[in-house]
Design a protein around this ligand. Sequence first.
Ligand code: C2E
Ligand code: MG
Ligand code: MG
Ligand code: MG
Length: 286
Amino acid sequence: APHGPYQTGLYSRKDDIYDESRLTLMSDLREALHHNQTELYYQPKISLATGKVVGVEALIRWHHPDRGWVPPIEFVPMAEKTGVIKHLTRWVVDQALNDLKELHALDPALTVSVNISARDLSSPELVGLFETRTKRNQLNPEQVIIELTETAAMDDPHRGLSALNELTAIGLKLSIDDFGAGYSSLSYLKKLPASEIKLDRALLQDIESSEGARMIVETAIRMGQGLGYQVVAEGVETEKSARLLNQLGAEMLQGYWICSPKPLHELQAWLEVERKAPSLQGLQQV
Ligand code: C2E
Ligand code: MG
Ligand code: MG
Ligand code: MG
């Protein structure tokens, strides 16, 4: 379609068919967001000190009518490149903050973590978006955590930093996601108004078998804590890893071993069961 999608100005004619299908996928995504055909799944985050669920992370899911499930690692980066991320983030924040209000019926202390992208930080609407949705649902802004990957935070350090300062000035919390997966400048990271870091799954991969891997994780945890961050280990898949991370000093865990991401109603059911029989029971004793 030579006069079709190329007229948007986003792509030059030399781009191949892949880009045309990418544009189709992105217009499908906009439709899906508009008609609520995307969904949020939630994964709990547990405190090792108390064994309690402290919050949930919102993770977007999209079931495309023809293509089936499209993983976020495919469409989120495309949405960033094409600007559709603005619509995606707005939808996610809307939904996640409504859902948190609902989850508070079970436990009013729960937090929600929302992933945002580097590109969101340059949107003049971002701060207002969080502010209005927090107020509308009568939520304490401290119960809303923004997750930004360390790579995204480094994208445009100056603009990024001022947006992050505005967000935390209205009370929101900031978490540095996928910590240890990129190449960040520690001196820059230290300037970010973050209160939490999430150790990347890749960092934890070999801790069960490798002393060196454990050493790296322990060092990352110590450093994070030394800088005043709460340290979350994500992607915890086994009980053995959970025990090790507890010994190495992590404060919180997230991962399939505890609970995979679930639709809101399944998560609510899981939370009820978890309250009666905590997953981490017994972990601290050994
Ligand atoms: P992330 O924010 O680092 O999220 C963690 C990812 O690890 C999620 O993948 C989650 O399902 C997966 N995970 C959780 N526990 C385990 C485990 O024990 N083992 C393994 N192997 N994986 C685990 P998901 O949902 O596919 O999301 C991938 C990435 O896509 C996210 O990484 C985040 O960067 C991005 N993403 C997801 N939802 C959103 C969203 O609403 N907005 C934005 N901007 N990005 C999102
Ligand atoms: Mg995340
Ligand atoms: Mg992560
Ligand atoms: Mg990630």
